[in-house]
Each structure stands twice: as structure tokens, then as C-alpha cells.
Design a binder for this molecule. Structure first.
Ligand code: GLY
Ligand code: MN
Length: 463
């Protein structure tokens, strides 16, 4: 955990954003895997962790905006717990590490919250994403389960987003640690991507690297020679020459900060001409987008810049045609990249997505599009120094989407459908890096992970 001043400062900053009432942060409890005593790996709630720093089950934190006080509610281990799990620090000692003086058993939270409600004080909380939290909030607040999410506090959401979207030095260092472990995960994946290998062997090996060097993967590994499926979690294929393998994977550090990196490599280690052509277009889009990152620019504009690079490249490859600007305006590129260029990152790999993407990725001057593809843009708003985000352009040849658009007569001015038919067996390519917005521009985080054709072929030759 960071030193206690970090957490004291974060809570004090939040007190400037929320006018009155109390904020209730329920930490996570253990979640059962297949029976109560057999549980998933424990993962603390990211918001509780941000403000209270502790990775213990069954704690709750309260920030009292009216009286400038912070509270921790939690139970000390009893003898039974100690027999199974060893001696554990007392809650009051844990609280001290987060700079909290007011500590009480968890049960006291019930009367604390009902007292606040009785006094007509606003009880702010964030939208819950786990059933256990919904039930607990429902019990504490006396509202139906179904109404809990809708009763979350917009004022608190906005305050939390304002603080958490700007990463501090210690947070950036954590994310860089996570990217450095992703370096090992991805170079191992590259070296193993040989014909005859089963995808699961590679996915398992790199998940092991995450666990050995840092912590769990930051999201289930996406790894497949069927990279045209954007989030492909099926790892049962045997790799074949002529295919490209997408690996989209990252890990969490001990403080739960994430990395999220994608690389795509030719099975066997050598790009054929067609693969090299399409790969270079995606790489050009990735690098042009990174180059354009600086404070004051809207990420949506960078998304469309990447789209233009993709259209230009696909025109040279004979797959698209017509005027590039007009093609992007018509959103013809969404046939090839039906997703946004990137998202915010932090403790959650899609940072704070549970609070509502529109709060995190959009602002008063940037409203979400409703059109296919562009509507999936998770981050569109004006960039500020301290943002950490992903840059992840891709080109995917999705047979069902190609058929649908062709049958609907869509984008016939911009797409050479006959040529495109010959790419239906290609798969997909995505290249993703994690980037910090700095005062001057940007910095790609972590040890550079091979991504040029020459770099990838060189690493794969070592395999
Ligand atoms: N890395 C998966 C995603 O960004 O959705
Ligand atoms: Mn991503």
C-alpha cells in the first residue's frame, strides 16, 4: 500500500468535490466459486482501495463531508480465523496505515447509516456491480435491490472521476510495473506462436507469468488465431501457418493497477506479404495516434485520425476506394474497426467503467455518437495531463459483418467488396499500447514491447 498521506490526501480532495452528507464505500467480500468456502481470488473494490488502501474482505469506509471525518468499519479476526489463516493485524492498526482514526466493528455501520438517514443527511454511494454489494446497500439504506443502482450519487460519481482520472506519480509507476510484466507475457507469447501449438498452452503460460511476477491478469486473456472476434476467449485452436495470432493481455500489480497490451504476430514467425501489408497499416494507425496525443485534443479526433490512416492504407491495398475524408465521415472504416481507439486505464483496466462510461470518457462538450462503431468509443473527451489511456487500433475481417454490409449495399462507394471477399480467411490485427498524457504531449508507458515487423520477427526467431 502507498503511505498513509496518499489516502488522506485523496479523501481530502474528495471533500472538495462533494458538498454535504456522507459517502459510503463498501469494500468487497469474498465471492464463492462453487461452494461458500471455496472462493475466487479476492479482489478489493477499486474505489474503496483508492480511498482507503486496504485489501481486506468485508470492510466499509465512510467519508463525512459535513464534519470532515473518515471512518473504517470492519471486524477483527477471531480465534477460528487465526487458526486457519494465521495472526492478522487489528482493524485499528490497518486503519492507521490509511490515516484513519475512527474505527468501529462492521455491525455499527447499520446504526451509523440509519442515524444519517434519520437526520436527512444524503448518503452518497457509487453504482454497485456485485450482487452482494447491491444486497448490502439495500439493507443499509432500506431501498429495494432493484432501486439501488439508480439511487447512486451523481455528485459522488463526478467527484471520483475528477480525482481518479488524473494519475499521480505513484500510480503511473504502478502502471509501468504492470506494463513491464506485460513485456514478458507478450514476448513469451510471440516466441510460442508456432504452428502446432494449442492456444491454451500459450494463454496458460502467460497467465502464469502474470501471477509469478505481479498479480492476476487484469482481464481474461484474449488470445486467438481468430482475431477477427474482438474479445476471443476461446483458446482451443491449434495454431496454423498462414494465420495471425492476437494476444490482448495484461496484469495487475499488488496495488491492483493494470496493464492492457495487444500484439498480433504471424504464426511461425514470418509475415507473408498480405499479412505485412495489413499489419503495417494498423501499426501506422497506432503510431500516428500516439504521436497526436497531447493535452487539449479530443480523443475522438485521434480516433478519427487513426481511422483515416486505416482507410488510406486499405485504399493502397485495394480493399477500399474513394475519398478518405468522405469514407471516414460516412464511417465506412467501422466495417474494419468496429470499436473505439481506446479507453482510460487505472486500477480497472477500463478505468471506472462501472461508474458509467459517459462520465469517464465524455464531457459537456463531447457527447456520445449513436452510429455503429463510433458509439463504442469508450473515450472521446478532451485529454488532460495525467490521463492514462490505451491506443488500440485494429483491422478485422469479420465475415458476417462483411456479408451484412454487402447485402445492405452499405459503403459501396468506399469498399471493394470483391477484393474484400478474398480476405475473409485473414482474421484480425490489433496493436495496443498504454500511454500517459504529459504536459508536453505523451509517454508510452513501460519497457517498449516489440511491435515493428522487424522487431517481432527477431523475437520470434529466438523462440
Ligand atoms: N483489452 C480488452 C479491452 O480493452 O477491451
Ligand atoms: Mn484495451
Amino acid at each position: 500500500m502507498f503511505n498513509k498521506e496518499v489516502y488522506i490526501n485523496r479523501r481530502n480532495e474528495l471533500k472538495k468535490e462533494v458538498k454535504s452528507g456522507i459517502a459510503l464505500f463498501l469494500g468487497n467480500v469474498d465471492a464463492a466459486f462453487n461452494y461458500p468456502a471455496n472462493q475466487y481470488h479476492f479482489r478489493q473494490d477499486s474505489h474503496f482501495l483508492y480511498f482507503f488502501g486496504l485489501q481486506n474482505q468485508g470492510f466499509a469506509g465512510v467519508i463525512d463531508f459535513d464534519n470532515n471525518k473518515d471512518y473504517l468499519f470492519g471486524n477483527d479476526f477471531d480465534l477460528d480465523d487465526i487458526i486457519w489463516m494465521g495472526v492478522q493485524p487489528k482493524v485499528k492498526d490497518l486503519a492507521a496505515k490509511a490515516g484513519i482514526e475512527n474505527v468501529a466493528p462492521y455491525d455499527n455501520l447499520t446504526s451509523f447509516v440509519s442515524e444519517a438517514l434519520k437526520n436527512n443527511r444524503k448518503v452518497h454511494f457509487l453504482p454497485p456491480y456485485r450482487g452482494e454489494t447491491v444486497i448490502e446497500l439495500s439493507r443499509l439504506l432500506g431501498i429495494a435491490n432493484a432501486d439501488v443502482k439508480g439511487a447512486a450519487s451523481e455528485e459522488l460519481i463526478k467527484g471520483v472521476v475528477k480525482l481518479k482520472e488524473i494519475k499521480s506519480e505513484e500510480e503511473i509507476a504502478e502502471i509501468e510495473k504492470a506494463v513491464d510484466v506485460a513485456y514478458d507475457m507478450h514476448t513469451t507469447s510471440m516466441k510460442m506462436a508456432m504452428a502446432g501449438t494449442i492456444e491454451q498452452e500459450i494463454a496458460g503460460a502467460i497467465e502464469g507469468i502474470a501471477l509469478a511476477l505481479a498479480g492476476p491478469v487484469s482481464f481474461p486473456i484474449i488470445l486467438s488465431q481468430n482475431g477477427q472476434t474482438l474479445h476471443n476467449h476461446y483458446h482451443g485452436n491449434t495454431l496454423e501457418l498462414g494465420r495471425m495470432m492476437v494476444t490482448d493481455a495484461g496484469c495487475e500489480t499488488s496495488e491492483c493497477y493494470a496493464s492492457d497490451i495487444t500484439r498480433t504476430v504471424p504464426v511461425g514467425g514470418k509475415f507473408n506479404e498480405r499479412q505485412a501489408t495489413i499489419y503495417q497499416i494498423v501499426l501506422d494507425a497506432n503510431m500516428a495516434a500516439i504521436d497526436a496525443i497531447k493535452p487539449g485534443i479530443k480523443y475522438r479526433d485521434i480516433h478519427f485520425l487513426a481511422a483515416k490512416v486505416i482507410v488510406e492504407g486499405l485504399k493502397k491495398a485495394g480493399i477500399m476506394k474513394g475519398d478518405t475524408e468522405a469514407a471516414v465521415k460516412a464511417e465506412a472504416h467501422t466495417l474494419f474497426m468496429p470499436h473505439g481507439l481506446g479507453h482510460m486505464m487505472g486500477m480497472d483496466v477500463h478505468d471506472m467503467e462501472g461508474l458509467g462510461e459517459d462520465y469517464v470518457g465524455y464531457d459537456e462538450n463531447t457527447k456520445r455518437a449513436t452510429t455503429f462503431g463510433t458509439a463504442y468509443l469508450r473515450l472521446a473527451k478532451t485529454l488532460k495531463p495525467g490521463f492514462v489511456l490505451t491506443v488500440e487500433p485494429g483491422i478485422y475481417f469479420i465475415p458476417d459483418l462483411i456479408d451484412q454490409f454487402r447485402n445492405e449495399g452499405k459503403f459501396t462507394d468506399f469498399v471493394n467488396y470483391d477484393m474484400l471477399e478474398t480476405y475473409k480467411d485473414f482474421g484480425g490485427i490489433r496493436i495496443e499500447d498504454d500511454v500517459l498524457v504529459t504536459e508536453e504531449g505523451h509517454r508510452v508507458l513501460g519497457k517498449p514491447i516489440p511491435k515493428t515487423i522487424a522487431e517481432i520477427e527477431a523475437v520470434m526467431a529466438e523462440g
